[in-house]
Structures are given as structure tokens and as C-alpha cells.
Design a protein around this ligand. Structure first.
Ligand code: ATP
Ligand code: MG
Length: 423
């Protein structure tokens, strides 16, 4: 083959794209109900936006950035995740200003890019859907963010969801924990992976997230953040749990969970699901948390924030075909016999579509039998057949393709007649 798609990318073809549209429409509908508006930011930004936001010890920034110098010698990166661009837009457009209602709630969808080794479930261009809310530090908002994520997935028919929950506490708690981790890991320094040696210097919390087998053994006995939360952080975490109890949310505290961003604090969470599509292994479908320092980090005023992101490709693997309503079913397939009908069909189709019907015809001058076969293959509800006689007598033959029933109606009033038949 002459041309192939770039490594790690996918074509989303008709047949599959309907599924994507459905997921996106459920996202829009669910998020709007909670007053999240859609935000669309560029798919590329200054490299520094991501470096600042994810932190330079993150896997994303240290290994996976899809970055390049443009013709003006600017250091550009394709976005690896959604939050950084949204925060940049929040600061640049002064969305923290008094004319904007707080909390400022947005959602996004779109392609993300990471230079990873392509493998099952891991691409270089993939898609995320996410939400962010700025300007409130309230634990009730944390509960809402978790709820809106659950409602979204529930509406898509995803069952057996479990929320893994943790708290990273406030800056004071994190500083205490930071020190405890350094004290714990330092004696193991020589055994740690090279990445984790660097993390120990720069951001020891990240060692907890290491995928290295040796690191994992050492991590197993590391101190727990929950022992280092100060009273205010502990109280806040317990209060959030009581809110989730009230909402009957199925959650589990996971004190070993840390998240990629450097600026997470207090609430962090992941939604876990066990499904045959992933060999019944538990996988993360959605992940998020509170990032109260991030807006400041990107040059804005001190502003609390919380959000989540989810990988759409992974979500698609969990969707069951029967949970996806079929879309754009064909109402009418116009069958024409002869040149005159062929000419008339242009106007007839146009009128049907104006009246709201999903309608199509054969453009290949095929025989009537072949046209009916196509109508069948397209699952058309009705065929409307016209030929010379029909044109002369102002009639059209309407056939209900499911029952085989046929009626002759006025061609002039075809759209209205069809509506009558529809009932
Ligand atoms: P992992 O530990 O699997 O690398 P991550 O911590 O990099 O995950 P996040 O940055 O939290 O993942 O991204 C959120 C979601 O985006 C993931 O749960 C996953 O569904 C999806 N995702 C991340 N990277 C890729 C990729 N390269 N291809 C497809 N989906 C991805
Ligand atoms: Mg990753």
C-alpha cells in the first residue's frame, strides 16, 4: 500500500463514528444538566504550558510529548491532555473575572497526543472527554464532579463501576508526606529505577506511581498519605466520604493512589471497572482530582480547580452494541424507473428532506430490483417508487419495507401522505 496512517493513529470510519457521536451526545447532555459548557481550545500549545502544568518529572513531559519547533522557531507541543490548555484559556481570557459566574464549569472533548509505543489501548493520537470547574474549594463540588462522571458512564450502560478515592491533603499535609517519603525511599536509593532516583530528588510522590517491578516492591511498604493528613485535611476528606455515602456512591479508599499532575491536592479519584473486554482485569476508565495550585502556576490568581478526564477509546471497548441506539435510520429510499423519474427525483428528494425525512436514492441508474436490494441493505423504512405512469397520474407507490404493505398516494403531497402513514 502506498500511503498508510501514521503509527499509533486510527481512522474512525462510518459504522464506528456513530458510536462516537452517541457518546459525545450523552456527554453533552449529561454535562449540560450540571451547567457545564463546552470549551474548545487549540490542539497545540506552547510546550511550556504542558511542562508547567504536568511537571517535568511526569511521564507525559519527560517521555511522551509530541513536540516540535515550528517555522518561527517556537517550541510547540500537541496537547497530551486537556486540563493544561483549559487552564491556560481560563487565565488568558480572564475567566476568573467578576462578570463570570463561579464556579466556572466547562467540559471538553477531542484528540490528545502522546508519543508512546503503540500497543493495544495505547495510541499516539487518542481522545479524551473531561470536565473542569474553577473557583470553588467546596467538598460539595468534589462530590458533584464524581457524580457527573458516574451519571455519564451509567447512562452509557457501563456497570460495575467502583470509585477509588484518596486525598493528598493540603500543602502542609503534602509537605509532611513529602518528607516522610524522602526518609523512607532514601535508604533504597540504589535499588530504585533511574527514573525514580530522579523522582526522589524532584518529586518523590511520583515514585508511588512507578510501573517498574523493583520500584513496586519498595513502594509496597511506603508510608501512607492518610497518616500525614493534618486535621483540616482529614476532616475535609471524611466529610466528602459522608457526602458520597448520602449519594450511595460505591467508593473505596485507596491510599496508594497518586495522580500524574504535580498540582493535585485533596481529593483524587479513579473510576475502576472489571470487564471481559479487558480480560476481567480491573482498569481505570476515568480519573481526576483537585488541583488548587494550577491556575496560579500558569500565571492566574489563586483559584481552586477540580476536574476529570477519560479516555474515549477505552470507553468504546466497554460499550455494548445493544446499549447504543441506532441513529440516522433511513426513512425513505426513492426508487426511480426511467429518465423522467430520474429527473423528477431531484426535486422529490429535496422536498422529502425539507419535510424532515431521512431520504436517499440510487445514483447509478441501476435496475429496479437492484434499487430495492439497496433499500433493504440500507434498512429503509419505506420505498417510494415512481416511473412514467406515476408522474402522469400524480401518484407514487409507497411500500412499507417491514410489512410489505403497499399504498398509492399523491406524489404532489408525498411528504404529507408519508406523515399520515407514519401516524
Ligand atoms: P497509564 O498509566 O495507562 O499510562 P495515564 O496515567 O497516562 O495512564 P491519564 O494521563 O490519566 O493516563 O489519562 C487518562 C486516560 O486517557 C487513561 O485512563 C486512558 O484511558 C487514556 N489514555 C492515556 N494515554 C493513552 C494512550 N496513549 N492511548 C489511548 N488512551 C490513552
Ligand atoms: Mg501514560
Amino acid at each position: 500500500m502506498r500511503y498508510q496512517k501514521p503509527k499509533g493513529t486510527m481512522d474512525i470510519l462510518p459504522g464506528e463514528s456513530e458510536k462516537w457521536q452517541y457518546v459525545e451526545s450523552v456527554a453533552q447532555d449529561t454535562f449540560n444538566k450540571y451547567r457545564f459548557s463546552e470549551i474548545r481550545t487549540p490542539i497545540f500549545e506552547s510546550y511550556e504550558v504542558f511542562e508547567r502544568s504536568s511537571g517535568d518529572t511526569s511521564d507525559i513531559v519527560s517521555k511522551e510529548m509530541y513536540d516540535f519547533k515550528d517555522k518561527g522557531d517556537r517550541h510547540i507541543a500537541l496537547r497530551p491532555e486537556g486540563t493544561a490548555g483549559v487552564v491556560r484559556a481560563y487565565v488568558e481570557n480572564k475567566l476568573y473575572g467578576p462578570e463570570h459566574i463561579k464556579p466556572y464549569k466547562v467540559w471538553y472533548k477531542g484528540p490528545m497526543f502522546r508519543y508512546e509505543r503503540p500497543q493495544s489501548g495505547r495510541q499516539r493520537q487518542f481522545h479524551q472527554i473531561g470536565v473542569e470547574a474553577f473557583g470553588s474549594d467546596s467538598p460539595e463540588l468534589d462530590a458533584e464532579i464524581i457524580t457527573v462522571g458516574l451519571e455519564f458512564l451509567n447512562r452509557l450502560g457501563i456497570k460495575n463501576l467502583k470509585v477509588a478515592l484518596n486525598s493528598l491533603g493540603d500543602p502542609e499535609s503534602r509537605a509532611a508526606y513529602h518528607k516522610a517519603l524522602v526518609d523512607y525511599f532514601t535508604p533504597f536509593k540504589d535499588q530504585l529505577s533511574d527514573d525514580s532516583k530522579v523522582r526522589l530528588e524532584k518529586n518523590p510522590l511520583r515514585i508511588l506511581d512507578s510501573k517498574d517491578a523493583e520500584d513496586k516492591k519498595i513502594v509496597a511498604n511506603a508510608p501512607s498519605i492518610l497518616d500525614y493528613l493534618n486535621d483540616a485535611s482529614k476532616e475535609r476528606f471524611e466529610y466528602l466520604q459522608s457526602l458520597l455515602d448520602d449519594l450511595d456512591v460505591n467508593y473505596e479508599i485507596d491510599p496508594t493512589m497518586v495522580r500524574g499532575l504535580d498540582y493535585y491536592n485533596h481529593t483524587i479519584f479513579e473510576f475502576m471497572v472489571t470487564d471481559p473486554a479487558f480480560d476481567n482485569k480491573e482498569i481505570t476508565v476515568l480519573a481526576g482530582g483537585r488541583y488548587n495550585g494550577l491556575v496560579e502556576e500558569l500565571g492566574g490568581p489563586e483559584t481552586p480547580g477540580i476536574g476529570f478526564g477519560l479516555g474515549v477509546e477505552r470507553l468504546m471497548l466497554l460499550l455494548k452494541d445493544e446499549d447504543i441506539p441506532s441513529q440516522n435510520d433511513l426513512d425513505v429510499y426513492l426508487v426511480t424507473i426511467g429518465d423522467k423519474a430520474e429527473r423528477a427525483s431531484v426535486k422529490i428528494l429535496s422536498n422529502l428532506r425539507k419535510a424532515g425525512f431521512v431520504a436517499d436514492k440510487d445514483y447509478l441508474q441501476r435496475k429496479i430490483k437492484a434499487q430495492f436490494k439497496t433499500a433493504n441493505n440500507l434498512n429503509a423504512k419505506y420505498t417510494v417508487t415512481i416511473g412514467d405512469t406515476e408522474l402522469e397520474n400524480d401518484t407514487a407507490n409507497v411500500k412499507n419495507m417491514a410489512t410489505g404493505e403497499q399504498v398509492s398516494v399523491s406524489l404532489e403531497n408525498l411528504a404529507e401522505e408519508l406523515k399520515k402513514i407514519e401516524g
